[in-house]
Design a protein around this ligand. Structure first.
Ligand SMILES: [Zn+2]
Length: 282
């Protein structure tokens, strides 16, 4: 039975890879957006009854806030102190405590009180999936403890290097303690009800990645924005090779634009849908 499950999972992952691997290089200024049929949304969001379930837009994964902050290795959920933080999937607590004497980030006392969970999940590219929860006001679990998805593991705080109360959330592949083993967490959980996710690859005219560019998804009555990864070293999903994500976009049709350029790509998102687009700056 266990063997069968393993084979089934392997087939499922292979199918997912094939679909995710679909995005190809476009020759002209913009390619047609494609719907990703099988994104790896294997995690739940790390908060449930919270003021904000969406990651803060001003400091997305891979961005450095105009050099005011280090390149972001995760996403931030801004919520009041004490908001329960939940395990994103089943697993075992790899670490719970402060990073005063053990390095998980750029320096000691970077994440403050943190929890790292080792999940029973293997990434499509290979490697165990870990999630990291930083700046907690307290931790509610111990190393080695088994947790189920949705279990409370701590609470939102501002310990370590944090500007105000928020949960810093990371996904790491293959190496729990490596600051550089991260992936964009927004590739790992589904859009909120009634919304969709846009995954994008923005290129310069010469085909290189456009770095640290503000990207807008504009509709007649609303506009969402994000920034492309600021540095070529920011880890990307190997199957997608993306350099930005825009999640929780209310279902509807938009224009993908970059201010000061003629880029203008129509993108429609249905509720629950994930769309991939590659766009090349003219
Ligand atoms: Zn953060």
């Amino acid at each position: 039975m266990r063997m069968f499950r393993k084979i089934f999972l392997a087939l499922l992952m292979a199918a997912g890879c094939a679909l995710l691997g679909a995005p190809a290089q476009a020759q002209d200024s913009a390619s047609t957006p494609i719907v990703l049929e099988n994104p790896h949304y294997w995690l739940a969001r790390p908060l449930k009854k919270a003021a904000s379930l969406s990651a803060a837009v001003g400091y997305p994964y891979g961005w450095h806030r105009n050099h005011q902050s280090p390149i972001h290795h995760g996403v931030d959920f801004v919520n009041p102190q004490g908001t329960p933080v939940l395990a994103a999937a089943d697993g075992t607590v790899y670490y719970a405590g402060s990073d005063q004497e053990r390095l998980f980030g750029e320096r000691a006392n970077f994440y403050g009180n943190l929890v790292i969970i080792q999940h029973n999940l293997e990434a499509p590219e290979g490697g165990r999936i870990f999630t990291l929860y930083g700046h907690l006001s307290y931790v509610a679990v111990q190393s080695g403890e088994r947790v189920r998805q949705g279990d409370r593991i701590g609470a939102v705080g501002a310990t370590g290097i944090a500007l105000g109360n928020h949960l810093h959330f990371e996904v790491r592949i293959g190496a729990a303690e490596s600051y550089f083993a991260v992936r964009n967490p927004e590739l790992w959980y589904a859009p909120l009800p009634g919304t969709g996710t846009l995954i994008g690859r923005l290129l310069n005219a010469d085909g290189s990645k456009a770095l640290g560019i503000r990207v807008t998804l504009a509709a007649p009555k609303r506009a969402l924005y994000t920034f492309t990864y600021a540095d070529p070293s920011v880890p990307r999903d190997p199957a997608l090779d993306e350099n930005f994500t825009l999640v929780d976009a209310p279902a509807g049709c938009y224009r993908l634009r970059v201010r000061g350029t003629a880029l203008d790509v129509p993108v429609c998102l249905r509720a629950g849908q994930t769309v991939f687009v590659e766009a090349r700056l003219p």
